[in-house]
Design a protein around this ligand. Structure first.
Ligand code: MN
Ligand code: MN
Length: 462
């Protein structure tokens, strides 16, 4: 047996450190799988979260409140697409708050504003993909349709088709290998092009024996849409419709140690953050758990972290208790709760083994993201790393470090930089994911459980 070094550090499998947590991890992840199946889009996530927090005593925040009582639990729904949960602490807000910020949007296929067409007696939807996807992965995957569409009279309908067993699903076709000789000469990136991601939605024509109907399959499909939802073709211009994989979250492996699901980036962090926040009773420091939108396209828009929505809420809170919000920020700490790329032995070349994150080695502390010389990264300070590592170690949370691939091999970003630019110490902390941004991402249940423990430990930071 090799001598154990007194000086070296090794990141190891969670069960070598926390020997008895597998059962707790399995239990925790049953709730996670249910959450995933009921919350495929940011709108559905916000709905699920509001139902849950209202049942736990959270009240909609009133910015005209006269005071903030310690222990009070509040929520702010930002346009049905991002949500902020707050638990008021005993300490004054100017001593800082604990932010946990995850995102609830995921890569997917959005409908174009004029999406319906017919080609050779098949009806289709045109899509524009959202976020970074490998386009070749999306054909021949069963898809479900989600979103909101407004009618001419101002009313709207929320649509979810393809999640229940008795509902139809949708699909994108791919070329059979027999005829794909030319297609297979394309690069992987161009193997299936953006304008080829057309979703099949019908094949029965409307029949009229007296006169010929133009685009009769499209017409019949539109009639079904009208009969079902009272919507017409023009209404797609006032809609947000997302197509996502219809697959349910499922256990993977003989040992059931892993989960495959759509949208684990970043709901695999959002769910542990949600549960940790719900369980955060009477903290010293105020906790602010944010479930934000638009991260996958650069945190843009007024439901993403580029917007002031969170910082306006913080100003409202500061106004109520009569402190300066800038004092709050400079004393705050933020976990940007986002995923990292797990080391994949099959594609080992892109990882630097000593600094990659691995499944089953615990929650990942990502000092920096970015690309080519850390460009676009928050790059957490030594002080921030030290603070968070101490919080983890004090409560026996199993953690590892993580870097997004080898130097100069690629890169990425998170919401971290949009928080740190407010003068808030920020670090990325989340789950290692295999096949990230694919229709069926893979994670470890032990990691998910220890990420929940990490967020719980963090919210006790005072
Ligand atoms: Mn993410
Ligand atoms: Mn992502």
């Amino acid at each position: 047996m090799a001598r154990k070094s007194e000086y070296a550090n090794e990141y190891v499998h969670i069960l070598k450190t926390d020997k008895n947590c597998f059962k707790a991890a399995l239990n925790f992840c049953e709730g996670y799988k249910d959450f995933m199946d009921s919350s495929k889009t940011e709108r559905e996530c916000v709905k699920t979260i509001i139902e849950l927090v209202e049942s736990k005593g959270y009240k909609a925040f009133n910015k005209n409140a006269k005071s903030l009582k310690a222990g009070t639990k509040l929520y702010v729904n930002n346009r049905g697409k991002s949500i902020v949960l707050i638990t008021i602490g005993k300490e004054s807000l100017d001593k800082g708050v604990n932010f946990v910020i995850s995102h609830i949007d995921s890569p997917r296929l959005d409908l174009k504003p004029n999406p319906v067409y017919e080609s050779d007696e098949i009806a289709y939807f045109k899509t524009h993909y959202y976020g970074g996807i490998k386009k070749y992965q999306w054909p021949t995957v069963p898809l479900s349709m989600h979103g909101r569409i407004f009618r001419e009279d101002g009313s709207f309908v929320d649509i979810s088709i393809g999640e229940k067993d008795d509902e139809p699903k949708f699909i994108i076709t791919d070329l059979l290998p027999h005829l794909a000789a030319e297609q297979e000469k394309r690069t992987l990136r161009e193997g299936v092009k953006g304008e080829e991601l057309n979703i099949v939605i019908g094949s029965i024509p409307m029949i009229d024996l007296d006169e010929e109907i133009k685009d009769a399959v499209k017409e019949n499909t539109l009639k079904i849409l009208y009969d079902s939802f009272k919507i017409k073709e023009k209404d797609f211009a006032r809609a947000e419709i997302e197509f996502v994989p219809a697959n349910k979250a499922t256990d993977i492996g003989f040992d059931k140690s892993m989960i495959a699901a759509y949208g684990q980036d970043d709901k695999v962090c959002a769910y542990p953050a949600l549960i940790a926040e719900l369980e955060n009773e009477n903290p010293n420091k105020t906790s602010v758990a944010v479930f934000t939108d638009k991260e996958e396209i650069g945190s843009e828009g007024n439901t993403g972290m580029v917007s002031d929505y969170l910082f306006s809420i913080m100003e409202d809170l500061a106004d109520i208790v009569g402190i300066k919000v800038r004092d709050c920020y400079r004393n705050s700490l933020c976990l940007s709760s986002d995923v990292n790329s797990a080391y994949d032995p099959t594609f080992a070349d892109v990882f630097e083994k000593k600094n990659a994150s691995y499944i089953n080695r615990g929650v990942v502390l990502t000092k920096y993201t970015g690309h080519a010389g850390k460009s676009g990264s928050n790059d957490a300070s030594a002080e921030t790393m030290a603070k968070v590592i101490k919080l983890m170690d004090d409560r026996n949370v199993v953690w590892q470090i993580g870097e997004l691939g080898k130097v100069d091999i690629g890169g990425g970003g998170t919401i971290a930089k949009y928080v740190s630019q407010r003068n808030i110490d920020t670090i990325d902390v989340g789950v290692a994911v295999l096949s990230m941004h694919s229709p069926y991402e893979l994670t470890s249940k032990l990691d998910i459980y220890h990420t929940y423990l990490a967020y719980k430990a963090f919210l006790l930071n005072d």
